[in-house]
Design a protein around this ligand. Structure first.
Ligand code: ADP
Ligand code: PHD
Length: 444
């Protein structure tokens, strides 16, 4: 079995869907294809859940937008729209509408998961119908019938044991079978839909690859492979040809958004090779993630996390930051289900950084204010450099206002204040400072 995963960008319009269907058509079966929601559907559904939960009057408008996007896509895609695809897509629209017409419970995360997966259900229904129309027979699988998770809504945990048998029974390794299924969602023991965390379709593909002992997995992206920095923010990036599993785990953990952080471990456990390839240039080699010691080529890798907020805490009673404080702060962070991207402490203060988009960080800050003097700084960024050199560090320090720094042998993390207008450094001065440092010195 081979596993393919296509994300929202690859299926954002009719020509995107035609392109991925061509890639699928050139593949060897048995093949399981995991697909995400079309374009920005998940963001739209997130706004819809917020409106549903808070009783906001935008609800109807958002629902109509979801319907309109998918209906126009169908009309762009099919020359003659098959009755069946309209029936199936309408059934999903009705199910979604019925859900949001009923009063919501007071459990936001539960409500979120009952709505958010409609994006993947819609996209896979459309792609499966199109493949059938062009003569690529396939089986559409509702992944919730075989992928079990606990009920930790919004960030559910896979129940590996119970999923194993169901997945192997559903996705049989019949020579010619092509399966089309959804990423990102699963089902809890009560049969409610759960989701695996934003951008979790890469992870779904890896779970299926693990459970089915896949020969290989390919994630198709809009980039040539994994680069040494996000091309959206850096010029002159270089593609990495091979990356060892442990290195890919580090890169995604620090925020290289090209791959979901949970993706690698299930593959590493069974030594399943993972390729990251371009759906725009499918014949190019891409990046291979496999066993090994070092990435090839070995270069400084930059990872930027934008939109960070720094929360600084000082005990109100003039005491030091003690172990007890740490336990207390981390228990609140866990209770509010917040992920910390950076932490640091001194004798009298503890600071942490979270994504500005984290839903509960303001509530957490209000709670902390009962015990600490709390200072908030917004508009920050975190820049992580794996395999840094003195020159890369010097460059960051020259170009940015650094509020905090953490370094170990291979990784340096910088907390950058983007509120600060850095004075322009003359190019000559900058280049001569860089010349003092060797690019290679830390790479051994
Ligand atoms: N190190 C990196 N190498 C390549 N792409 C990266 C890297 N870091 C971030 N990206 C970004 O990841 C994007 C692809 O991921 P994403 O948009 O999440 O894909 P999908 O929606 O298909 O899962 C690229 O367009 C690129 O901007
Ligand atoms: N559609 C979900 C899951 C996902 O993985 O999407 P993508 O593959 O487009 O990042 C999300 O946007 O979070």
């Amino acid at each position: 079995m081979i596993i393919y995963k296509f994300g929202g960008v690859s299926v954002k319009d009719a020509s995107g869907i035609k392109n991925i269907c061509q890639i699928i058509g050139n593949a060897k079966c048995p093949l399981t294809v995991v697909i995400s929601a079309i374009g920005n559907t998940t963001n739209l559904l997130e706004a819809l859940v917020e409106a549903y939960f808070s009783g906001n009057d935008k609800l109807r408008e958002l629902l109509n937008q979801v319907k309109k996007n998918h209906t126009s896509l169908i009309h762009d895609l099919f020359e003659e729209v098959p009755e069946q695809v309209l029936t199936d897509v309408n059934a999903l629209f009705i199910e979604l509408e019925t859900k949001i017409t009923k009063p919501s419970s007071d459990q936001f995360n539960f409500e979120y998961d009952q709505v958010i997966g409609f994006g993947e259900l819609l996209s896979t229904t459309i792609v499966s119908a199109y493949l059938n129309q062009i003569g690529q027979n396939n089986e559409w699988v509702d992944v919730r019938t075989c992928l079990d998770s606990d009920d930790n809504y919004v960030d559910a945990n896979i129940l590996w044991e119970s999923s194993k048998e169901k997945v192997c029974t559903r996705f049989t390794k019949n020579q010619n079978t092509l399966y089309i299924t959804q990423g990102f969602i699963a089902s809890d023991p009560k049969g409610n839909t759960t989701s695996l965390g934003r951008e979790g379709s890469d992870y779904t593909a890896a779970i299926l690859a693990h459970l089915l002992d896949a020969e290989k997995m390919i994630i198709w992206k809009d980039v040539l492979g994994i680069l040494n920095a996000d091309p959206d923010y850096f010029e002159n990036t270089t593609k990495l040809d091979t990356i060892p599993y442990h290195e890919a785990i580090e890169l995604s953990y620090y925020g290289a958004s090209v791959i979901h952080p949970k993706t690698i471990k299930p593959l590493q456990a069974k030594q399943i090779p993972l390729w990251v390839k371009s759906f725009i240039e499918p014949n190019q080699n891409g990046t291979l993630i496999t066993k090994g010691e070092r990435p090839q080529p070995l270069l400084p890798n930059y990872i930027v996390k934008k939109q960070q907020v720094l929360v600084s805490l000082k005990p109100l009673n003039f005491s030091f930051i003690s172990e007890k404080d740490m336990v207390f702060i981390f228990s609140l962070v866990t209770k509010f289900r917040i992920k910390l991207n950076f932490t640091q402490n001194t004798a009298v203060s503890f600071v942490f950084c979270v994504n500005t988009s984290a839903r509960n960080w303001k509530d957490l800050a209000v709670e902390l204010e009962k015990y600490y003097e709390v200072e908030i700084t917004e508009n920050l960024e975190l820049i992580t450099v794996r395999h840094y050199t003195s020159a890369t560090i010097k460059e960051i320090q020259f170009k940015h206002h650094v509020l905090g720094e953490q370094k170990n042998r291979n990784t340096a993390i910088y907390l950058i204040d983007t509120n600060w207008n850095f004075p322009h450094i003359p190019k000559k001065e900058f280049e001569s400072a860089l010349r003092d440092f060797s690019f290679q010195e830390n790479l051994e």
